[in-house]
Write a protein that binds this ligand. Structure first.
Ligand SMILES: [Zn+2]
Length: 256
């Protein structure tokens, strides 16, 4: 039996058994998690060419994706005060360029959006097919194949803004993951994070009818309170939360 990764609690109840996977709800913080967690081999199978055949499907509608990302980035830059148009004025563009990292960059759409907005953008992605797609379509940015834990071991704390959308629910060691993100952030830097919201009022009561319910790929299910607790433990303070019509958490946090 595994202790809760957010609060360390061992008091829990079986939440749901689905597709051969057991999910528990922590009695302390209400985190819902797979136990056992998917193995490294299972994860590899899930993420290697996760978007296969998707060049026509998932990676289609690129314009719509870029448009959505542009609106999101505009919100993030305004909420964080990192807008390059206002903060970089009068400075050498080379040194003024804010550094942006997308953790779980997929086909590079958010990275490209950030680059077009004047940020120096890097994408980190586990799926080699997505990395290849991103590199060939968006050569103006850096794409790194790998995990945040690996990048954090060598990269300096250089990023002003980290974007991590619909990734944290996939992570088997969430403390190592968040610690890795924090390590590459500048002190005072920002993190924009999204993940499905188990506590959202519009989440289907029947979990199996919720499109975000997908064990073992999604092995962690957060609510506002336990996600806040996790981030705070790693030195991140929530600056703003965005309300969402869809059952999702969207928040901006700042490294202390
Ligand atoms: Zn807990």
């Amino acid at each position: 039996m595994t202790a809760c990764q957010v609060c360390g609690g061992e008091d829990r109840r079986l939440f749901i058994r689905h597709g051969g996977y057991d999910l528990y709800e922590c009695g302390g913080c209400r985190l819902v998690y797979c136990d056992p967690m998917p193995t490294a081999a299972e994860i590899e199978r899930l993420y290697t060419d996760a978007y296969a055949g998707a060049s026509q499907g998932y990676f289609a509608k690129v314009d719509a994706k870029l448009h959505r990302m542009r609106l999101r980035l505009r919100w993030i830059l305004a909420a964080s005060g990192l807008d390059p148009a206002t903060t970089a004025s009068g400075l050498d563009p080379a040194t003024a360029a804010r550094r942006f990292l997308d953790v779980g960059a997929s086909g590079g759409f958010m990275v490209e959006t950030a680059r077009r907005a004047g940020l120096q953008a890097t994408g980190l992605e586990l799926d080699p097919v997505s990395v290849a797609y991103a590199r060939s379509h968006y050569p103006g940015s850096d794409f790194v194949h790998g995990r945040i834990e690996t990048l954090a071991a060598t990269a300096p704390p250089a990023f002003d803004l980290v974007h991590c959308s619909e990734v944290i629910e996939h992570v088997t060691d969430v403390n190592a993951f968040v610690a890795g993100i924090v390590r590459v952030m500048k002190p005072g830097g920002f993190l924009y994070l999204t993940t499905p919201d188990l506590g959202h009022w519009r989440r289907p009561r029947d979990l199996t009818r919720w499109d975000a319910f997908a064990p073992p790929g999604h092995c962690l299910y957060f609510r506002t309170a336990n996600l806040t607790r996790l981030l705070e433990r790693h030195g991140l303070a929530i600056v703003k939360r965005r309300r969402s019509w869809k059952p999702g958490l969207r928040l901006l946090a700042r490294r202390r």
